[in-house]
Design a protein around this ligand. Structure first.
Ligand SMILES: C[S@@+](CC[C@H](N)C(=O)[O-])C[C@H]1O[C@@H](n2cnc3c(N)ncnc32)[C@H](O)[C@@H]1O
Length: 246
């Protein structure tokens, strides 16, 4: 397991300073940037005793692998990878669990956007298969705009088995698939719930699909055959939020 990583972008660095300052080892800011949001980050870094170097833009470009660093980058201790045991421990202490399952999402932009949706929707955690999925990369953190620091990401060895153990704890699993006959808006999403989304290319794998209690689609007009997974996850999660508040 990696011990250190880089996080870049204003929201991502702010989130790690705010939620787990002990993880921040050092920071770089771009010379000559006069930005109030950067000034706030520098103040936070000073409060937590984090050393900050002012460097040329190309240093930040290199360290972020030409990512959209917005003039700030931090070297951080990698987060502990959460597994099935951590997930079941969380389920035990959560009154009405609400999870998002991503069955093999490989694009870091999509995982970042899904984490951002999950945080905004109040999801307790995002579950992904450990193999064939993107993990918490610096780009994921940047795109997640701080959500990667607060939404637990559970990386499980056998997704079908994990889904079964969630069901044994009374969690209803709804799979999202464009070709399903059931309408998402007519599906009950109020109780203990996990919503499963498929991968960018192949959608839900057969075992994942078969493990769901029900499969629902977001009704679409027009000619495209499917939505991007992060867009679809936002729609599904916020339909659940709407029902759960109602
Ligand atoms: C880009 S789509 C995958 C398309 C893929 N070719 C397939 O066969 O499913 C990624 C995921 O977004 C979700 N999704 C996309 N459009 C949807 C829709 N109209 N209704 C429900 N889920 C949808 C599904 O979970 C899907 O697996």
């Amino acid at each position: 397991m990696k011990k250190q990583d880089f996080t870049f972008g204003i929201h991502a660095v702010e989130a790690v300073l705010k939620h787990s300052p002990e993880r921040v080892i050092e920071m770089w800011v771009q010379a000559g940037r006069d930005d109030q949001r950067l000034a706030t980050l520098l103040q936070m870094a000073a409060e937590y005793g984090v050393s900050v170097q002012t460097s040329a833009r190309k240093v930040l470009d290199e360290k972020s692998d030409n990512g959209q660093h917005q003039g700030v980058l931090a070297r951080v201790k990698a987060v502990k990878q959460l597994n099935d045991n951590d997930l079941l421990a969380l389920v035990e202490k959560t009154e009405t669990p609400f999870f998002l399952i991503l069955d093999g999402v490989t694009d870091p932009h999509n995982l970042g956007a899904c984490l951002r949706n999950a945080d905004a929707a109040g999801v307790h955690g995002v579950i992904v298969p450990r193999d064939n999925s993107v993990g918490l990369t610096p780009t994921v953190s940047k795109v997640a705009c701080g959500a990667a620091e607060v939404v637990p990401l559970f990386q499980v060895t056998n997704l079908a088995r994990t889904m079964k153990s969630l069901q044994d704890k009374g969690i209803w699993i709804i799979g999202a698939a464009g070709e399903a006959d059931s309408d998402l808006y007519k599906t009950d999403l109020k109780g203990p719930l996990a919503i499963a989304m498929g991968a960018e290319d192949k959608g839900l794998r057969r075992l994942t699909r078969e493990g769901c209690d029900s499969i629902a689609s977001i009704p679409m007009s027009g000619s495209v055959s499917s939505l991007n997974v992060s867009v679809a996850s936002g729609i599904c999660l916020f339909e659940a939020v709407r029902q759960r508040l109602g």
